[in-house]
Write a protein that binds this ligand. Structure first.
Ligand SMILES: Nc1ncnc2c1ncn2[C@@H]1O[C@H](COP(=O)(O)OP(=O)(O)OP(=O)(O)O)[C@@H](O)[C@H]1O
Length: 234
């Protein structure tokens, strides 16, 4: 088995509701290794996005621990969590989340803007070249100076993938990355995410409603009835 990159142990989430709290899930365990791909399936409202925000250190767990590359990251300060997230976790969202007034190339470079000097500042030229190479790799070489709205949905999602990969994160998290795309374009975008995880040893976790998306992942988990269970694969 590959080295575990991301480990959740005993994670739970609940929200205030009326007089009490509504529990979304409890006792969630998940271990994903480098180069491994995982889908999280579940009905609308089961808590998939909430689980992804916990994995992405966007909120702290009420109970349980999150370990990233062997380090407990469950209770970092907001600033430390933001630094770690920017450096080691790439996000791809259903609605692409590109910045409309920045060029395609500058969108890909956004994570470098928030990275420490040793990652970005001292090596501006190198990061820029990596952004250009990534745009080439996702089939958008030559489109770097366009504004995002001049690109199709599938092209915008490929820009978002290039942005997510800029700082070579250990983990890529994707929330319904193909949800806004037609079947063929969605399949291409998904292939790209899976290929980069496998070839570059990243851990990829994709939240989806779509069994076809889950079908190309190494492991499939289902969130429901308040917890996460791994499905048997043939
Ligand atoms: N901060 C919050 N405060 C209160 N309720 C919340 C909060 N965040 C999420 N919820 C509720 O938790 C439930 C799960 O939301 P979540 O977005 O995680 O589900 P999901 O499985 O991703 O759904 P979908 O597939 O529809 O996107 C929803 O009912 C949502 O309203």
């Amino acid at each position: 088995m590959s080295v575990p990159v991301l480990e959740l142990r005993g994670l739970s989430a609940s929200f205030p509701s009326g007089q009490g709290r509504r529990t979304l899930f409890t006792d969630v365990d998940l271990t994903v290794g480098g180069g491994e791909t995982a889908a999280i399936l579940g009905r609308s409202g089961s808590g998939k996005t909430t689980l992804l925000t916990l994995l992405g250190l966007m909120q702290r767990p009420e109970h349980g621990t999150i370990t990233l590359a062997g380090r407990d990251v469950s209770s970092l300060s907001d600033a430390d969590a933001a630094r770690l997230r920017n450096r080691h976790i790439g996000f791809v969202f259903q609605n692409y989340s590109l910045i409309p007034h920045l060029s395609v190339l500058d969108n890909v470079l956004v994570p470098a803007t928030y990275a420490p000097r040793d990652v970005a500042g001292g090596r501006r030229g190198r990061v820029r070249r990596r952004a250009e190479d990534l745009l080439d790799a996702v089939g958008l070489g030559g489109r770097g100076q366009d504004l995002p709205l001049r690109l199709s949905g599938g092209e915008q999602q490929r820009v978002a993938i290039a942005r997510a990969l800029l700082l070579e994160p250990a983990v890529v998290l994707a929330d319904e990355p193909t949800g806004a795309l037609d079947e063929q374009t969605g399949a291409r975008v998904l292939d790209m995410l899976v290929a980069t995880a496998r070839h570059e040893g990243r851990c990829l976790v994709v939240v989806t409603h779509d069994d076809a998306v889950a079908g190309v992942m190494d492991r499939v988990f289902r969130l429901g009835e308040g917890t996460l269970r791994e499905e048997d694969r043939p």
